[in-house]
Design a protein around this ligand. Structure first.
Ligand code: NAD
Length: 451
């Protein structure tokens, strides 16, 4: 733990030199990061295969490729982003001009989870570097191989006064949280998010919490059912459902339920074959604790599709469960696995009402051609972000800030938003000395009356 204290001290001293603020320094280090990832790309893909059985294609598209895109965006636009922005000045401030300066916070801490263990540790780092900060990353202990590669990659690319990795679990995380950082970026579960927020409160450290929750998929009777089925199956069973923005449960209009489920069955077969246990493309559950938790949900309702499990291989088949209600245990917490409970509805306004009675979701997906209903959903339900007629894809756009609201988190990042998130916005009014308007001074009461 002395090591952690020392590291924090070293980073603080290094930040004070001002080197990390230099634009060229930031761009060069973003390039270094990209080169480091390129060098270890195959190892990252192998480790993701070993620890989560992710296919090379899935690892590239949902982890490594996303990070490259974040780095490319930052390199391309950073010069523009860092420039102080001139904003309007009210007439009452006549003679002055107004600017927003972007200032790095200083020492930042990034704590990340195991489900996208590479991307969720490195994408925030892109923001931290772009904004001119130092950073310590604490990757997840549940994917130790990826964590080790992250450490090696960072150690080879940067000196620890600037960017460092502390590997480990709760003890290391707790020790880090006892130190004073200038910004904390946490991705993980709601209960641990509360622990992080409490620790940050001690130093009044600003934080971002990227948390989870139950994200609904709602399929209305006028939806393109083929596409809805295809896109829900993709978003749900990607990484075997261990995705923070995976459709957690499905609400479908009763008139189209059977058809939709039929199509979903076809797409599960198309994507993962007749035996998903042998599919190259289908991930495994991260550990036995999560496996047992998920298996217990299979007691709920009636299994329509899937349901097979293999504890030795931590395999759970893509599964759809019917006859579920809000009292079922599977509806009590985030599922975070390849089980999709289905509930039917008649009136979409009932769906809006019931979703609003629960904690605000991280994502929401609505399938319908009706523009009015699409807007009703966007307008009447509060959620982090989401898609109309798709699932998960909003996450991959660098132009859309990604984050939760309420129980699903606070703060958002990706692309320019990452730069902004890791920057303090410093407002500056530049006043003229050529004249001095009298209105604000107590000695000019009469002048004010005239206004
Ligand atoms: P987790 O909260 O258990 O762990 C996240 C990180 O916190 C890990 O690095 C872990 O070592 C650390 N940690 C665990 N217990 C701690 C404690 N008591 N004190 C301090 N640090 C502690 O989450 P997880 O199981 O790794 O990830 C799954 C959760 O993350 C799900 O709820 C999922 O929805 C959420 N998630 C959210 C996003 C997002 O972008 N919003 C992305 C991925 C995952």
């Amino acid at each position: 733990m002395d090591k952690i204290q020392n590291l924090v001290k070293k980073q603080k001293k290094y930040f004070e030199t001002g080197k990390t603020k230099d634009l060229l320094f930031r761009i060069n280090n973003l390039k270094k990061l990209k080169l480091g990832i390129k060098k270890h790309e195959n190892r990252i893909i192998e480790a993701l295969k070993e620890e989560l059985n992710k296919s090379a294609f899935e690892s590239y598209t949902s982890e490594i490729g996303l990070v490259y895109e974040e780095i490319n965006q930052a390199i391309k636009h950073l010069k523009k982003w860092v420039k102080p922005k001139k904003v309007k000045t009210p007439i009452t401030h006549f003679g002055s001009s107004s600017y927003i300066y972007y200032e790095p916070y200083g020492l930042t801490l990034i704590i990340s989870p195991w489900n996208y263990p590479f991307q969720l540790a490195i994408a925030p780092l892109v923001g931290a570097i772009s904004a001119g900060n130092c950073a310590i990353i604490k990757p997840s202990e549940l994917t130790p191989k990826v964590s080790q590669i992250i450490r090696e990659l960072i150690e080879e690319s940067f000196h620890e006064e600037y960017i460092a990795v502390v590997e480990g679990g709760v003890d290391e995380s707790t020790a880090l949280l006892q130190e004073k950082f200038d910004y904390i970026f946490f991705t993980g579960s709601v209960p641990v998010g509360k622990i992080v927020m409490e620790a940050a409160a001690k130093f009044l450290t600003p934080i971002t919490l990227e948390l989870g929750g139950k994200s609904p998929s709602i399929v209305h009777k006028d939806a393109n059912l083929q596409l809805a089925a295809k896109r829900i199956v993709w978003g749900k069973y990607l990484n075997a459902g261990q995705t923070c923005i995976a459709p957690d449960y499905l609400m479908v209009h009763k008139n189209v339920k059977n058809k939709l489920i039929e199509y979903m069955k076809d797409y599960i077969k198309e994507f993962y074959g007749t035996d998903s246990a042998n599919s190259e493309n289908y991930a495994r559950i991260v550990n036995e604790r999560h496996f047992n938790r998920l298996v217990s949900y299979l007691q709920d309702g009636r299994i329509l599709i899937g349901g097979r499990t293999d504890k030795d291989k931590l395999f759970i088949e893509p599964t759809i469960i019917d006859q579920i209600n809000w009292d079922s245990s599977i509806m009590k917490e985030e599922i975070f696995g390849p089980l999709l409970p289905v509930m039917e509805y008649e009136d979409v306004y009932e769906v809006i009402k019931i979703v609003n009675e629960h904690p605000k979701p991280l994502a929401l997906y609505f399938f319908s051609k009706d523009k009015h209903l699409q807007n009703e959903i966007i307008d009447k339900i509060s959620f982090g972000g989401g898609c109309i007629n798709d699932t998960v894809y909003h996450f991959a756009s660098p132009h859309l800030p990604f984050g939760g609201v309420g129980n699903s988190g606070m703060g958002s990042y990706h692309g320019k938003s990452s730069f902004e998130l890791f920057s303090h916005k410093k407002s500056i009014l530049k006043q003229t000395t050529l004249f001095d308007l009298p209105f604000r001074y107590p000695t000019t009461k009469d002048a004010l009356k005239k206004v």
